[in-house]
Ligand binder design. Sequence first.
Ligand SMILES: NC(=O)c1ccc[n+]([C@@H]2O[C@H](COP(=O)([O-])OP(=O)(O)OC[C@H]3O[C@@H](n4cnc5c(N)ncnc54)[C@H](OP(=O)(O)O)[C@@H]3O)[C@@H](O)[C@H]2O)c1
Length: 356
Amino acid sequence: MQRKVIQFSTGNVGEHALRALIGRPDLELVGLHAHGADKIGRDAADLCGLSDPTGVIATDDLDALLELGADCVVYTSQAETRPKEAVNELARFLRSGVNVVGTSLVWMVAPQYADAWLRDPLEQACRSGDSTLYINGIDPGFSGDTLVHAALSLSTRASTVTVQEIFDYGSYDDAEFTGASFGFGTAPDHTPIMFAPGVLTSLWGGQVRTLADNLGIELDEVRERHEKWVTPRPIDCTMMAVDSGRVAAVRFGVEGITRGKIVITMEHINRLTDAAAPDWPYPPERRPGVHRVVVDGDPGVEINTHVGLGIDHNQGGVIATAARAVNAIDVACRAPAGILAAHDLRPADHLHGTMW
Ligand SMILES: NC(=O)c1ccc[n+]([C@@H]2O[C@H](COP(=O)([O-])OP(=O)(O)OC[C@H]3O[C@@H](n4cnc5c(N)ncnc54)[C@H](OP(=O)(O)O)[C@@H]3O)[C@@H](O)[C@H]2O)c1
């Protein structure tokens, strides 16, 4: 059975979600939302670099999209900068009985630890529309709720587990959101939004706590840390040009503590070009990126994931992020009403429709 799907936005992630929807025989693209004035009125194919027109035209008319009788919306609109608006948009679809999968509102990757002002209206909307919401991504998402489970399942005893994204963001064309929120290109005394107290914990702490719950351990504390690396010479890359004396790499983590010991770490090391932060860890074989889990235990386990073989790793990252949502359309359509977390899905639920 083909599921009728609406794609909501065609940004970094949405463009790839849209391409996937157009290509897959198990899914039928029936609608497309666009925010940008330059995108409204254009064919979906045109907005994701495909040549054969689909006949599906981008619109910003939410009422018209609600009338399409879709089974599911793939929501990849920028939402962290406008969360209330995004919650309202999602709730309108959910209340009208349309399921939603997405990558936005990243707090909802660990829904049981998301703030009530975010979760409650979405839960109510699912209940009143008998619909399902599932938000995921690569990190937060896959690394901290799927890869980590695979790794830990191989140890009889684990004393610590570390989940890392080590990624060169130099080729990531997203200065406006990722660049600004990480503080790339700014003076070292500037506090970017990500490093405002509590923000890292709000974004990754839910995954740390959820993992602790799944391990059956109690955490005494969840804490955050961050540091910056300032470039001694100018750096030029797709993300942005960084003057000397400005931030060109960041390292941050959220840690779960038990009996005074760090037992769970979720960490990012993000640099602009390979030249940045030479003393911080690099991916294995000096690749440009890795999503990695290291278990210190019996036996110790390390799993390294490289997305984007044969293509740019940042492009691989956004395609993989889109995949975490698109591949879950079928399960979201089948699931009972409510908000899903990754551990509510069988591992196979994330593969549905990827091969034909
Ligand atoms: N967990 C993960 O691993 C992960 C990884 C990457 C991204 N994400 C999340 O996924 C989402 C999409 O990321 P992205 O990199 O694709 O974002 P993006 O390219 O910065 O923006 C996506 C789209 O949001 C729409 N938009 C921007 N401002 C808007 C507004 N005021 N009103 C309505 N729509 C607006 C635009 O839509 P149009 O295209 O319609 O103009 C834009 O193309 C974000 O929430 C991001 O945090 C998660």
